[in-house]
Design a protein around this ligand. Structure first.
Ligand code: SIN
Length: 525
């Protein structure tokens, strides 16, 4: 018999979007269960966000921000969603982050907040806590949530699949009902047992999928679980081809995906080739402050032209700021690897950073599957269009996390109309093979290098077709492996990962139009 947990709201993932949803529902006394994969619940994409969160700066207004978002998004943003973000964003930053959580945003004077600059923004409008903005926000959220008795955190548990009616119902008549989500199967990573979580409302807040690429700024867990589960459950996904590559992650043999924030360029840092030649002026009038996709492709091009694995980002020669004070995390981390950024340039390479598409949601975070919500990077509100404007993701998570729970607070009953006995239990095969780590390792390497080389920064039809063929062959093997193996977070992750890689590749192949973060070389279609 599976262990059954009942909640009023199940939230899978606890970055800013999941945490904001939890806080809003917790304040109304809802019984909330938050499931996180990592033993440490703060571990999320949010934790690693350095740059900041968009607010409105001086001589700024919502219309200007809207224009910047849509210009960067190449015009295919959802206008209603952008309007919601620019109208509600600053209010929620002030109310939740500054007043309730008391996030200590950096100040330019005791009375004034400091606003940073990033590419694509026509004003300085990014609030930050030095260069550890996401980490500070995440820690404050978790401290606050832990004070609510109606919030239960279930760390070290991996969501395996969404529970849906009719699919998981024992009642054959259920097939005639509208499909709906009623919770999820979650794997206890320690005991390897699957639990059934039943909830009238489920919120996916699982973050992004950068780890399906060989090089990424995302942490280890960002393998796109939410996209895979939502897709299997029948929810609609859109815009998965728009994978944003961050131009600058640290290039170093011993470092895996450490971001060098765009705010360094906002404070004057310039890009040079290995031989110290500036090059961004050749690609854009905005030079280092051009939108990320343009900077990324320029770097990629220069790396090829100069036969180099990296370019340099030179902050020391160009900035006016006190580097260790303004960028303490980046300064200390680079120093740890022998690079003193107050004196020398930083070797950088582009890395997969953000998925602009995802599970399609409406103004309230509702997906196309009844009772399933998605918030944050896993969702697609349409705010980002074909390319995300820097530092808008934390804001989108805050706004839609809050909105989803406002909707749930108002419209959802506390009780589920199903008994656990009506739902199929998790099935364990009779013979369960133990996991061979070498197989998992090699399968991930294949997924990641295939995605990087064939579905990465510059795509062609041939490359994408090759990716699709190779991935679908691998998907069959992984499916068989999954059916026969003992339950383990590693095999669950692999199953999610291959599916996400295939979703991205299929979306890219279905869209012959080069736009924003989906770049096709010379109309190769
Ligand atoms: C950065 O600090 O460069 C990342 C900000 C973002 O991706 O929004």
């Amino acid at each position: 018999m599976n262990e059954v947990i009942e909640a009023e709201v199940l939230i899978i993932g606890c970055g800013i979007a999941g945490a904001a949803a939890a806080l809003e529902a917790a304040k109304k006394g809802r019984k909330i269960l938050i499931v996180t994969k990592h033993p440490q619940p703060t571990e999320s994409n949010t934790f690693y966000a350095q740059g900041g969160i968009v607010s409105l700066g001086q001589d700024d207004d919502p219309e200007l921000l809207k224009r910047d978002i849509i210009e960067t998004g190449d015009g295919i943003n959802n206008p209603t969603a952008v309007q919601i973000l620019v109208e509600e964003g600053k209010k929620l930053v002030d109310h939740i982050l500054i007043e309730e959580l008391q996030v200590p945003f950096s100040r330019s004077s005791p009375d004034e907040l400091d606003y940073a600059q990033e590419a694509g923004h026509s004003r300085r409008r990014i609030l930050h806590v030095k260069d550890a903005t996401g980490r500070t926000i995440e820690e404050r959220f978790l401290q606050t949530l832990q004070q609510f008795k109606n919030v239960t955190l279930l760390p070290n548990h991996t969501a395996v699949d969404l529970l849906t009616i009719p699919h998981h119902s024992k009642d054959p008549i259920a097939h005639y009902r509208e499909p709906e989500c009623i919770g999820a199967y979650v794997l206890d990573n320690a005991t390897k047992k699957v639990k059934m979580v039943l909830a009238p409302a489920t919120i996916l807040a699982t973050g992004g999928c950068g780890r399906v690429f060989l090089y990424t700024s995302n942490p280890e867990n960002s393998i796109g679980d939410g996209y895979a589960m939502a897709s299997r459950a029948g929810a609609r996904l859109v815009n998965m081809e728009y994978i944003q590559f961050h131009p600058t992650s640290l290039f170093h043999r011993d470092v895996d995906g450490f971001l060098i924030s765009e705010t360094l360029r906002g404070e004057g840092a310039r890009l040079t080739t290995k031989d110290g030649q500036l090059f961004m002026h050749k690609y854009s009038e905005k030079a280092e402050l051009a939108p990320r996709d343009e900077v990324t492709r320029a770097i990629y091009e220069e790396m090829i032209n100069t036969n180099s694995n990296y370019v340099y980002l030179d902050l020391a020669s160009y900035t006016q700021v006190d580097i260790p004070k303004r960028f303490p995390t980046i300064y200390k981390t680079c120093l740890q690897y022998g690079i003193d950024i107050t004196r020398e340039p930083i070797p950088v390479v582009p890395a997969a950073h953000y998925c602009c598409g995802g599970v399609l949601v409406d103004d309230w975070g509702r997906t196309t599957l009844k009772n399933l919500f998605a918030v944050g990077e896993v969702s697609c509100t349409g705010v980002h269009g074909a390319n995300r404007l820097a530092s808008t993701s934390l804001l989108e998570g805050l706004v839609w996390g809050t909105r989803a729970s406002r909707y749930i607070n108002e419209h959802f009953p506390g009780k589920l109309p199903y008994q656990p006995s009506e739902i199929h239990e998790w099935y364990y095969p009779h013979v369960q093979e133990s996991i061979d780590p070498a197989l998992i390792h090699q399968d991930w390497l294949t997924i990641r290098s295939t995605m990087w080389n064939y579905a990465g920064i510059i795509r062609t039809k041939k490359r994408l077709e090759r990716a699709q063929a190779d991935l679908s062959y691998l998907a069959h093997r992984i499916q068989k492996f999954y059916r026969e193996a003992e339950m383990d977070p590693k095999i669950v992750g692999l199953k999610h990962g291959i599916q996400v890689a295939m979703l991205i590749t299929a979306a890219a192949l279905n869209n012959p139009l080069s736009r924003g973060a989906h770049y096709i070389r010379n109309s190769s279609f």
